[in-house]
Design a protein around this ligand. Structure first.
Ligand SMILES: Cc1cc2nc3c(=O)[nH]c(=O)nc-3n(C[C@H](O)[C@H](O)[C@H](O)COP(=O)(O)OP(=O)(O)OC[C@H]3O[C@@H](n4cnc5c(N)ncnc54)[C@H](O)[C@@H]3O)c2cc1C
Length: 332
């Protein structure tokens, strides 16, 4: 007899893992599936930055909810780098402090002379200051996924390595390279691979985002509004990028190393802040799926079949919060 699950989640990136966790929390017999033993998608290669300081009102609400999700699990994780520093114009720091202080605890203004101590490096400032969010964080995203998957399995969730080949809505089965399984609810969280699946569900496009590991030691992750760059702590280096991206037409094109002009751009940008060009110890790029309105989407594509995608460059930040909004309706 075919194995039957109350819920099957395909894709074990941050979106699939967050959904799977929520389902086992709801006592559903849940199976998480990925073609890789460890996830090998956008999440693993991402920046690993989590911040709630976002301009867009809707995204800000999702980020607040995501933060509550992470706090439930990450307080006992020893691999998180707590604290995220925003460096921006003095007037923006003051405005942001007033705007965010109600919802974001552990928020404080950091004056220019404190920045080198907090950040761990000397930076060239103009008329700028910092806003430190003590409970935002940066993390190696591969480790984060591994940790969340372990929590999910400790709660009774199951994982199967398999290649997804489609589903039958009539028989309520998932087709895998290793056979078929029966579902009551199916969640497809394939990130940038989503578009190639049978039954195209939404218009979206793929971009490839470059990222660099610089030989610069920092104490906390930071967002640099002037450079438009984000950085996480990674042992003796900092890992980050500059919202530089290339359109691509298929997922495979999304992996590789950044093009030369991106590398020069990254070094020029960082030179503005540090006053020198650091060495690049490693660099890569990875694909993400963007929806046409740049917002995440949840779409019911058949009875009890749900697609979550379009998280673009902010899946770690927006994912768990967005999912919580949608799942409450799906599970009613
Ligand atoms: C360089 C870079 C930096 C980024 N920085 C940040 C950041 O700092 N903060 C932030 O919030 N976001 C960041 N992002 C965006 C973030 O990584 C994505 O929004 C997020 O990872 C999307 O998650 P996902 O679960 O939808 O996709 P993925 O992580 O790609 O997960 C999809 C999973 O589906 C699996 N899969 C695909 N096809 C199949 C199949 N046929 N069968 C079985 N399994 C399959 C894949 O193996 C993969 O594990 C960054 C992205 C990049 C590329």
């Amino acid at each position: 007899m075919m194995d039957r699950y109350e819920a099957i989640v395909v894709g074990a990136g941050i979106i699939g893992v967050s959904i799977a966790l929520k389902l086992v929390e709801n006592n559903m017999k849940t199976l998480l599936i990925d073609k890789c033993g460890d996830s090998c998608g956008a999440t693993k290669y991402s920046g690993g930055v989590f911040t709630r300081i976002l301009d867009d009102e809707e995204e800000y609400r999702w980020a607040l909810k995501s933060h509550r999700f992470y706090m439930r699990y990450l307080n006992r994780a020893d691999f998180i780098n707590w604290g995220y520093l925003i460096i921006e114009e003095t007037s923006l720091v003051e405005d942001d402090y007033e705007e965010y202080k109600r919802d974001v605890n552990g928020l404080r203004i950091v004056y220019p002379d404190e920045i080198p101590n907090i950040l761990g490096i000397e930076v060239r400032l103009d008329d700028e200051m910092g806003l430190l969010v003590e409970r935002d964080f940066t993390v190696n995203p591969g480790q984060l996924l591994e940790f969340l998957r372990e929590v999910y399995m400790d709660m009774g969730g199951e994982f199967q390595r398999a290649n997804y080949k489609g589903y039958s809505k009539e028989c309520k089965t998932v087709k895998l390279d290793i056979g078929e399984l029966s579902y009551e609810k199916l969640f497809l969280c394939l990130g940038p691979w989503g578009e190639d699946m049978p039954g195209r569900y939404s218009l979206s496009r793929l971009i490839s985002i470059p990222i660099y590991k610089f030989d610069v030691r920092i104490n906390v992750g930071y967002w640099d509004e002037t450079l438009y760059g984000y950085f996480r702590v990674d042992r003796d280096s900092m890992v980050g990028g500059f919202y530089d991206a290339y359109p691509i037409s298929d997922v495979d094109q999304g992996f590789g190393v950044p093009y030369d002009d991106s590398v020069s751009y990254a070094l020029e940008r960082i030179n503005l802040r540090l006053g020198y060009k650091p060495n690049i110890d490693d660099m890569w790029r990875a694909p993400v799926a963007l929806s046409l309105n740049f917002k995440p989407f949840h779409k019911q594509v058949a009875k009890d079949v749900h697609v979550f995608n379009g998280f673009g460059g902010r899946g770690l930040i927006l994912g768990p919060g967005y999912i919580e909004d949608c799942l409450d309706n799906v599970l009613e």
